[in-house]
Structures are given as C-alpha cells and as structure tokens.
Ligand binder design. Structure first.
Ligand code: HSE
Length: 427
C-alpha cells in the first residue's frame, strides 16, 4: 500500500480539523483509498494546542527545517493563513519537491503565479480546494466535473461571516453594528472583521474561482469589490417588502464582451435559490453551456468542513501520476488578450431623500432619463416630514457608469437632499 507522509503547518482551527480527520480516519483511508496516510510532522509553537489534540511528542516541532528535512514528509499542509510566513514556507517546501496543500485564499489570489511556477519547476503538486467555499468541493467541480462545459457564469454566497450578519439583520430586524458585535462575541466574526465585511475574502475567492471557471487569469485587481459595512437595516426591510433578500454576492460572468467579476451586496428575488441560504452557509450557482445550472451548497468555514477539503486534496494529490497545473498562463497580470468588463449591466435600487415639492419626481426622472436609466418602480415611502420625502427607485437593467453619472448629477441638485443608498438588484 502506498504510504503518504503529511506535515501540518499550523494547528489553528483548520489545522486541528485536518489533524483530527487524518488520525481518526486513517483506517478508512487504508480500506477505501488504498493509501496509508500518516501525520509525520506538525509545526506549531503552541504546545497546549498540540496536547489538546494528542499530537505525539516526536511529531511536534517548532522548526520548519525539521519538516522540510524529514524524508517521510511527502505533502505539506499550510494552514497558517495570511501572506507571510506562509508564502516563504510554501515556496521552501515546493523547492524540496514536496507537494503543498493549502486553504490560503489571500496568498493564492496574490502569489499564485509565483507558487505555481516554483511547483512546476520542482514537479511538485499545489492543491487548494480548501481555499474557496470551505468544505464545498467547488474547485474539483470546476476542474474535474465540468470539463464538458464552457462555464458562462457563477453567482454565489462565498463568505459565511457576511451571510451570517445579513441573515441575522434580516431575520431579527437589527442594525449592522449590533449584529457585528454579537457575531464577534459568539465567534462568527473575527475581532478585526475587515477582510470579511469589506468583501476582501470574497474577492480573493472570486479571483481564484473565476480564473478556473473561465480558464484565464483573473487577477485580484480585476475584481470589483464592495462590502456590507454601510448597509442600513432600513434598506433590508424595504427590500423585503418589495420581495427581495439582501446578500453579499460574488458574481463572475464570461460573455462575448469579456470577463466580469464583482463582489458587492445585492438584492435577489426571494425565489432565487441563493435567497434561502441562511446564516453562515455558502452556496454557488454555476451555469455551464452543456450541463445548465448546478448549485453547490454547504459550510464555507469551520474545522472539519475545511479539514474535509484539505484531506480530499491530500488523497487526490497522492493518487496523481502527473500533478495538476492551471491550463491557462498563470501570470501575475492578466493575459493582454483577456478583456474585462467594468461597465457592467444590472438593475439598481436607489433610495433618495428629496424635497417634498411639486415637480421633484419629474426632475429626478429627467436626470435618470438623460443618463439612459429607465425606471421600473418608483415609490414614496411614508409621509413627508419637515419638507422632505423619501423615494425609492428600482431601475430596469442599466450600465454601472450610467447610474453613477446620474447619481453624480442628482447629488448636485437642490431638490435631492441625500442619496442614501444604491444597491444592485440581480435576477
Ligand atoms: N472568513 C471566511 C468566511 C471563511 O466568513 O466565509 C474563510 O474564508
């Protein structure tokens, strides 16, 4: 039976989950996978974490050299997170010809080109299923399950923290600040929530997933990004009344105009299957030209779900005759031949505070019309107060540049007291 020696760098949540799965299921992997997978080294300076998991003395080390010099280690699992020292550790392991498995989306989205070049040069494997959507096997689906397709689009909830926050705001009518505080207290959000709530985490994932789905390098800087920290509970409630649910979406499209990638909050109709993905769950809708729609749903984070993806990569890597490398040129910048769409087209929800006076609506409609923004719904919400009224517009499909130009003009109007909210509406 083939022996596979694994080293785990970092015993945090995911490292601990990976260790548990590997040790508790060793016999199952022998029986079913015909692989004898053993944990040969664990790099961790916090001995208490190692003791809690029952890592034997001889396996625990605080030295990367111990791991890299250990001939029994075939596969190195990097679960430290962040760019450094993870990048240096990964490159060092690959240079020794060791295959690397990682969950590190930030590192891949920024240094994939460098890591893959080193992996290829040293004929080592580089696998990263756990980097996107935790335990949901989306990368394997894209690479090994949808080869018969030109993937045309994906739309997903690819960040659990923001989905937890938005779901709780919607379900309990609470404002963003108090839900974030509760989420931090209960461990659903990090002490510094920036990466999640400002959409960076989702943008890292979308850059990786879009590159794989569209077989072209989509650098992080080509992903439009907007987070949820400015979301007002008032808009969630108004959206509900209009039949919409608010989600932070990652959207990737490959059209004849080019590749379009964006992360931002969006209203989706309640009938969209993503609308019922609640709490910290993730889900992605993929559309391929042969298979039609596929939806993947599951836990995007957590010790055992993400450990499940890591272990799947270990078993997959151990069985490869030749390692997988991306079929597109994995360069730092995009291929000059790849076109990107930045002036994307969608519908918009706009909430304005305006003067309560005759002719205001026609003046605003005039501004929108001059910028080719066509209105589908217009409603005044509540009674006017102190000479001001609140108006909501939902537009037909229009271009991002057009709505932005219209808003810039509205902001200059004496009749518009405030442009409160602009939220995209996706079908
Ligand atoms: N922090 C991420 C999330 C999980 O909230 O979905 C890891 O990417």
């Amino acid at each position: 039976m083939k022996k596979v020696g694994v080293a785990i760098l970092g015993l945090g949540t995911v490292g601990g989950g990976t260790y548990r799965i590997l040790t508790e299921k060793r016999e199952m992997f022998r029986q079913v996978q015909k692989l004898d997978v053993s944990v040969e080294a664990v790099l961790e300076i916090n001995r208490a974490k190692a003791e809690a998991l029952g890592v034997p003395e001889g396996v625990l080390t605080a030295s990367l050299d111990d791991v890299l010099n250990n001939p029994a280690v075939d596969i190195v699992v990097e679960v430290i997170g962040g760019v450094e020292p993870a990048r240096t550790f990964i490159l060092s392991a690959l240079k020794r010809g060791k295959t690397v498995v990682t969950a590190n989306k930030e590192l891949i989205s920024k240094y994939w080109y460098e890591i893959e070049a080193v992996a290829k040069e040293h004929r080592a494997g580089f696998y990263f299923e756990a980097s996107c959507v935790g335990g949901v096997p989306i990368i394997r689906t894209l690479i090994d399950g949808m080869q018969a397709n030109r993937i045309e689009s994906m739309m997903g909830i690819i960040n659990g923290t923001t989905n937890f926050i938005l779901s709780k705001m919607a379900n309990e009518g609470l404002d963003y600040g108090s839900v974030l505080r509760q989420a931090q207290e209960s461990g659903f959000a990090e002490a510094d929530p920036t990466s999640d709530v400002e959409g960076f985490d989702a943008a890292y994932k979308l850059s990786i997933l879009s590159s794989l789905a569209f077989s072209a390098k989509v650098p992080l800087e080509e992903v439009y990004r907007e987070g949820i920290s400015g979301i007002d509970i008032k808009d969630i409630n108004l959206g509900k009344e209009l039949g919409y649910t608010l989600k932070l979406l990652g959207i990737g499209k490959n059209t004849e105009k080019g590749i379009e990638c964006r992360v931002h909050p969006a209203f989706i109709p309640k009938s969209n299957p993503l609308a019922s993905v609640d709490g910290s769950f993730n889900a992605v809708l993929l559309h391929g030209d042969s298979v039609d729609d596929i939806m993947l749903y599951g836990r995007g984070a957590g010790a055992l779900p993400t450990g499940s993806a890591i272990v799947s990569d270990i078993l997959y890597a151990a069985k490869q005759q030749e390692h997988y490398y991306t079929p597109f040129p994995n360069t730092k910048k995009a291929d000059p031949a790849t076109r990107f769409v930045t002036d994307f087209e969608t519908r918009y929800y706009l909430r304005l505070t305006v003067a309560d006076a005759v002719g205001v609506l026609s003046s605003i409609s005039g501004v929108l019309g001059r910028h080719n923004v066509s209105v589908l719904v217009v409603e005044q919400r509540g009674e006017a107060k102190n000479g001001a009224a609140e108006i909501i517009f939902i537009t037909h499909k229009t271009f991002e540049n057009s709505i932005q130009a219209a808003i810039a003009e509205l902001k200059k109007s004496d009749l518009v007291y405030a442009v409160n909210t602009l939220i995209r509406v996706e079908d």
